[in-house]
Design a protein. Structure first.
Length: 122
């Protein structure tokens, strides 16, 4: 699935994981790096690497946190905000294609199975 998403997102110069990261900020801007890492399910070092890549692409900025000078708040750039509806349109098309190919019952079973795997305590 990730490879399929990556192919669909390639014209935007983004990977599925990068779009997931942007999705966190599309839903709520101004989160700290620690909150961002937690929502992504990755460690802080990996989150720093992700944010640096998104900054280099001109999609994210780090600004001093308004209440705690030790922290940075992650914010989207106008470029990222402009990309959001285009990316969401492509993702919706992708999801409809997958559902049509698998059928809604099979898709629900796959998603339920993936949720179990995600929640395993390994």
């Amino acid at each position: 699935m990730v490879a399929y998403y990556n192919r669909v997102l390639a014209p935007f110069g983004l990977t599925a994981q990068q779009v997931m990261a942007l999705g966190i900020l599309w839903r709520k801007e101004g989160v700290s790096l620690g909150v961002f890492a937690g929502k992504m399910g990755i460690g802080k070092a990996a989150a720093v690497t992700m944010v640096k890549r998104l900054e280099a692409m001109g999609l994210v900025t780090r600004e001093p946190h308004p209440n705690d000078g030790r922290l940075n708040s992650l914010r989207l750039t106008d470029k990222a905000r402009d990309l959001a509806p285009l990316i969401m349109e492509r993702v919706e098309e992708l999801e409809k294609t997958v559902e049509k190919a698998l059928g809604s019952d099979n898709l629900e079973k796959i998603l339920a199975g993936m949720a179990v795997i995600r929640d395993l305590d390994l």
